[in-house]
Structure formats: C-alpha cells, structure tokens
Design a protein around this ligand. Sequence first.
Ligand code: PGA
Length: 245
Amino acid sequence: MKKLIIANWKMQLGYRASLDLARLYTKQLAGLKNEIVLCPDYLSLPAVSAILKKSGLLLGAQDSAASARGAYTGEVSPADLKALGVKYVILGHSERREHLHENSAIINAKIKAALAAGLTPVLCVGEKIAERESGEARPYLAEELRHALKGVKIKRASDLVIAYEPVWAISTNKDAKPIDAISASDMLGFIQSKAANLLEKKPRVLYGGSVFPGNAADFSAQPVIGGFLVGGASLKLTDFKIICS
Ligand code: PGA
C-alpha cells in the first residue's frame, strides 16, 4: 500500500532555497509510488504551488487559522490555502504547542476550520520525555486526542491524518533519539484505535521523529505505519529520496 510521506521544512530554508529544493524534488522524486507532500513556509507556498503543478508531488501547509475569515492579524485562512492548491495542513505540531502556546482548544478549532475549507488536517500528537519516563505516555496521548478531536466529524477515513511524534524523538531536540519500529508500531496502533473510537472512522496514522534513511525501512515494514512526517531528513535530496522510495 502507498505510504504518505510529508516533508515538514519548518522555517529552515529561505525563500529561494525552498524554491530550489522544490524544483529539485519535482525532478528527482517524480514517479515514486508513494504519496509525497512538501510543506514549505507560508511565504514560499504560492511559488512552490506553481512549481509542483503536474509534478505528482502534493502541497501542504505547516499551520492554518482557526477561522476562514475575519480580523485575525497575521493569520492565514484555510480557505485561501485550499484555493492555492494545498491539500494537507499540519496542525498541533509540538513546536507550535511549545513556542506559540497552542492549546487543545485552538488545535480543535483549527482542525474544524481546515475540514470546513476542504483541507486534510495532519494532527500531531506526542508525549514529552516526562510522560514517557513516568509510564504515562498512553493516557497522555488519549487526552491529547480526546481534546483535539472533540466534536470533529469526518465523512471518510482519509479526511484526517494523525501523526505520532514523540517530542523527545524530534531530531532538533537535545538528546533526541528515534523510537524503535516495534514500539512506534505499538503506539500507533493504540492511537489509531483511540482516534477510530472518537471519529467513528479509522484514520491513517504516520510516524514522525528522527526518521532517517537508516531507519525508514524498519518503520515502513510495520503495517500500521501509514507513512512519515519528516523534518531534518526532508531537507536533503539523498536522504529524503531513500525515505520516499
Ligand atoms: P525530525 O522532525 O524528522 O527532524 O525529527 C520531525 C518533525 O518535527 O515533524
């Protein structure tokens, strides 16, 4: 089955570098059987959208507003992202939860606004090292899902994606280390069944956090892992191509 592989470029590249990398990827990644999504920063989205046209690669955004329109200085409407050709939107990433203090209520509203605009939310959940070490990871994840998905209705299972990103495994965090494929598979099975209860549909679940060429095949071999959300390794053609293959 096709995997969904989402490149989260964060704010790591400037405008020109984003366009150059998008152009390179349209040449080098076209024709791979997996579904590949590039998420550049907002500023680069219109130009990257034009570059990706007819390439087979899809466009994603790293965030979107909790409303379609209104007096929200600095925000970007999910309706405008949709009009630009965006298909997926990452919501609730741990970096936004931590640095921008996004809470469950905001994330819940963003999911609803994204769905209303016809985007596919990629909801990120993941425990921090404290919950991991105290054995509280599962109840913590169950609560994150319950709050984020409160009142969320989807028509098809494919309308929403969940990415499990243990915060301690994200490569930019100090002492980050990847989770092993079996543990990731266990956690994703747990997340998928909790989400299925809440949504009454079984969404696709992705793994994210230090996915690199050396471990991608082990994760891919786990049937529950429907793909990856990739940060650092999505910035290098050689690494990302291996992960996407
Ligand atoms: P990483 O980032 O692949 O660099 O660990 C993943 C993410 O933050 O989405």
